[in-house]
Design a protein around this ligand. Structure first.
Ligand SMILES: NC(=O)c1ccc[n+]([C@@H]2O[C@H](COP(=O)([O-])OP(=O)(O)OC[C@H]3O[C@@H](n4cnc5c(N)ncnc54)[C@H](OP(=O)(O)O)[C@@H]3O)[C@@H](O)[C@H]2O)c1
Length: 418
């Protein structure tokens, strides 16, 4: 039996609404209800195995604690930076937002560390040497759910297919924050499955950093779509890696050097062929198209690779591409133009590829790893809405991931819908 006890409850509207709302949002079934004649308490009976979660849900609903549990998968470049920012900001979050983000588990491809009492984000490195083997996805979730928390977020900073894990997490009532594009950019049925799981359980799925790193592109797109605007076209450079490479080519750096430099600066995907094949941009473009309401499959994206023939090997493909790229670049420069790797998303049509653009245009003047998104909509028909800024780099990406976590931690669940 879980009881909410307090003086003056009878005179306060909404106390029982908040109590039952908390139970409902946490998916806890109330078996019986009792209210004392004194009106100093309301008691509910729940299944014994749900009791601890029920107490935590009620504490959160009444603002007695704001404790959010984080389960992190991936601890590479972005993951390590996220841990650093978590360590650095935890005191400030507690003092200013009264919010505690408790890291309870971290998984890598083959290792796993968990502690329900909380791991110190800044002290994980020495723990990996003696860490246990990574459990399977269902076992991993069962382990973290043993802690009976109600406010939990799975933070995905891997670059692998984590669809099964994400779906299991959503269906177990965890919110998901992902920088990982893979689950959202495979077949349409899988995309719908993820979105349906969120709607059904009222859990949140934040994926702002799957494109544009920390730039508020998805947020802007959501506002345009939700306020009834009609998207005519999104055009832009969605890859910080290819943007930086294109600007270095303008400066005369050979393609092989440019790719090496991008790798050294941490701009590339774990496998640089993901960037150079255009697949990374194609995935981002598909996610944007789907977020705008287009029902497209990966095969619907027309893709012209930045570097063709990568199947034979990176070095060989770069060597073969050098001559043709130099020629194309010389032609473009002679016309006052530059080459940029551009994504074009219009209703029912997505194209990504290398194009000539005027050097002085917004896209042509882009330099380094910056991204640019030019939205043409019914409302922004004459003067497009432009978002521009750093679109790659572990620092801005990790900060964007934390931003997505905070959006959930400070607002909580949505009411479930069928
Ligand atoms: N770097 C950027 O600037 C940037 C920008 C925007 C978005 N992103 C996205 O952020 C994500 C992470 O990028 P990154 O640069 O940090 O990649 P990374 O350095 O290669 O790190 C990937 C991490 O994922 C782990 N991992 C792989 N499979 C796993 C599994 N099944 N379960 C748990 N962990 C697993 C790896 O484990 P091991 O440690 O065992 O190898 C590694 O720790 C990617 O999806 C990327 O597209 C990156």
């Amino acid at each position: 039996v879980v009881s909410a006890i307090g003086q003056g409850m009878a005179g306060h509207a909404g106390v029982s609404g908040r109590l039952f709302g908390a139970m409902g949002s946490a998916g806890i079934n109330v078996v019986a209800i009792a209210q004392g004649a004194s009106e100093l308490s309301i008691s509910v009976a729940v299944a014994e195995k749900e009791a601890l979660r029920a107490v935590r849900a009620v504490h959160t609903a009444f603002g007695l604690t704001r404790l959010v549990h984080l389960v992190m998968v991936g601890c590479g470049r972005v993951g390590k930076e996220l841990l650093r920012i978590l360590e650095q900001t935890q005191t400030k979050l507690l003092e200013e937002l009264d919010l505690q983000l408790r890291l309870v588990a971290v998984a890598r491809s083959s290792k796993f560390i968990a502690d329900g009492a909380g791991l110190s984000p800044g002290s994980l490195t020495p723990l990996w040497a003696s860490a246990e083997n990574r459990p399977t996805d269902p076992e991993l979730l069962a382990r973290v759910l043993e802690e009976h928390f109600t406010d939990g977020i799975l933070v995905d900073v891997t670059a692998t297919d984590t669809t099964e894990l994400q779906l299991l997490a959503l269906r177990s009532g965890l919110h998901v924050v992902t920088a990982n594009k893979v689950p959202l950019s495979q077949n349409l049925a899988q995309y719908h499955e993820i979105m349906k799981a969120c709607r059904k359980l009222g859990v949140r799925y934040n994926y702002e950093t799957t494109f544009g790193a920390g730039l508020p592109v998805l947020h802007t797109l959501g506002e345009l779509v939700n306020t009834g605007d009609e998207l005519l076209e999104v055009r832009g450079c969605l890859s910080g890696t290819l943007g930086a490479i294109c600007s270095w080519l303008d400066e005369g750096l050979p393609i092989r050097e440019a790719v090496r430099r991008a790798e050294e600066r941490g701009y590339t995907e774990p496998d640089p062929r993901e960037d150079l094949s255009g697949r990374d941009v194609a995935r981002k473009a598909l996610i944007i198209a789907r977020a705008s309401g287009m029902e497209l499959e990966p095969a619907d994206v027309a893709l012209e690779p930045m570097i063709p023939g990568l199947e034979v090997g990176l070095d060989q493909a770069l060597q073969a591409a050098e001559g043709p790229l130099d020629e194309r670049l010389a032609v473009a420069h002679s016309k006052g133009a530059v080459l940029r790797y551009i994504a074009e998303i219009a209703p029912g049509r997505v194209h990504v590829g290398l194009s000539e653009v005027d050097k002085l245009s917004p896209i042509g003047s882009l330099s380094g790893p910056d991204n640019i998104f030019v939205f043409r909509t019914q409302r922004y028909r004459e003067h497009p809405l432009v978002i521009r800024g750093p679109g790659a780099g572990v620092e801005v990406t990790a900060a964007g991931v934390l931003g997505d976590v905070l959006k959930i931690a400070t607002s909580g669940r949505r009411p479930p819908r069928s």
